[in-house]
Design a protein around this ligand. Structure first.
Ligand code: ADP
Length: 363
């Protein structure tokens, strides 16, 4: 004899692969009948022809079979009607009147962490991806928005590709390494050069904040383009509570970059949370000696200029680049590495609001 509550609990372990939540929370379990050792479940898919139907069906059957006393499982698949879908969207977004995303709520609990740099190539996207995953590893609900319109590298680093699913006029982020990922690059043709002009940028940023079906996030981490152009400006205007992290290499950190970032933050009321020094030092895999390839002290100088803490020094490790190229950030690919440890320290500093000075961060 199988017990209905145990079957329900088993179903609660099954997540919708795209929405990342238990099917029981999403009201996808339409009917559940338990008759001795026989179980009948009807599951409502969110859309007709859902590409993941087979997987959901398989996961449901497998979960139910783990319940003691179950001998036979029958899974029937149905499809939600418009009303049920609307209810689902409302449920995911929280108690917000449509179509406003809860991100715009002045009391929203989501902290927006915008990751900036003075120029390209300093590892801003690498830091963004690893920070997002490290925050998720700590148990936070995390979204990652790739807004680096001059080169969308987040999809490669996170191992995802578009296009995302569109669901009741909302764009569903793609789950990767426990993070909800959305790239503005998903919606443009691959390798098509796009000339983004000011109004178009602010429209696109607005759309990505509003129309993406972000769950109730603890953190939305945003990969900004280098510099202080229209994207960070639009973000700051729309989400004045945003906080900024500035990524630099020891050598790049110039007083002028810090000055520009500081001036920008002041003008837009964004709070600068701190500085991250990337490619800080190189530990020779052969002799163990630490080599300061790009010099030292740049992060500290920039932090001092901005009067914010230096939150982390991420070492230069070939494994960081390899992991990124393979679509698995280093905090997942090699959690025991020095750089993964540094990224976790960064995530912890960000999570606590970085109000205190961090512990001495070892490269
Ligand atoms: P940005 O976003 O600033 O343009 P990326 O994050 O794309 O920079 O990084 C540029 C290149 O440097 C990438 O190939 C990336 O894998 C590599 N990289 C970034 N940080 C590190 C690091 N700490 N160690 C080794 N390689 C790194």
């Amino acid at each position: 004899m199988a017990d209905r509550d145990s079957v329900w609990q088993a179903l609660a372990q099954v997540k919708d692969p795209e929405l990342g939540r238990p099917i029981t929370d999403l009201d996808m379990v339409r009917r559940l009948e338990v008759d001795g050792g026989r179980v009948f479940v009807e599951i409502l898919l969110t859309v007709q022809g859902c590409p993941l139907a087979t997987r959901i069906e398989r996961d449901v059957a497998a979960a139910v079979r783990t319940v003691p006393g179950v001998r036979e499982v029958e899974v029937k698949l149905g499809v939600m009607n418009d009303e049920q879908r609307e209810a689902l969207v409302r449920k995911i977004r929280g108690p917000q009147p449509e179509p406003k995303s809860s991100l715009f709520d002045p009391d929203s609990r989501t902290r927006v962490i915008a990751v900036a740099s003075g120029k390209g190539g300093v590892g801003k996207s690498t830091v963004t991806a690893n920070l997002a995953v490290a925050l998720a590893q700590e148990g936070h609900q995390v979204g990652l928005l790739d807004a680096d319109i001059y080169g969308f590298s987040i999809p490669t680093m996170m191992g995802v590709s578009g296009p995302p699913r569109v669901f009741n006029r909302a764009i569903v982020p793609i789950d990767a390494h426990g993070v909800q990922v959305m790239s503005m690059g998903f919606l443009i043709e691959r390798d098509t050069p796009v000339i983004w002009r000011g109004p178009m940028i602010s429209g696109a940023v607005e759309q990505f904040l509003r129309d993406v079906l972000w769950a109730d996030l603890d953190f939305l981490v945003v990969d900004l383009p280098p510099g202080t152009g229209d994207v960070p400006l639009s973000l700051a205007q729309r989400l004045p509570r945003s906080e900024m992290l500035v990524v630099t290499t020891p050598q790049e950190a110039s007083v002028s970059v810090a000055k520009r970032a500081g001036y920008f933050a002041e003008k837009t009321n964004m709070r600068v949370l701190g500085v991250v020094e990337n490619m800080a030092s190189f530990v020779c895999p052969h002799c163990g000696e630490t080599v300061e390839i790009f010099g030292a002290g740049g992060g500290e100088r920039m932090a001092a200029e901005l009067e914010v803490p230096l939150l982390a020094r991420i070492p230069l490790e070939p494994a960081v680049r390899r992991a990124s190229d393979e679509g698995t950030p280093i905090v997942v690919a090699a959690p025991e590495s020095a750089s993964a440890a540094a990224f976790r320290e960064l995530a912890q500093a960000v999570a606590r609001g970085a109000k205190r000075e961090p512990r001495a961060v070892k490269a």
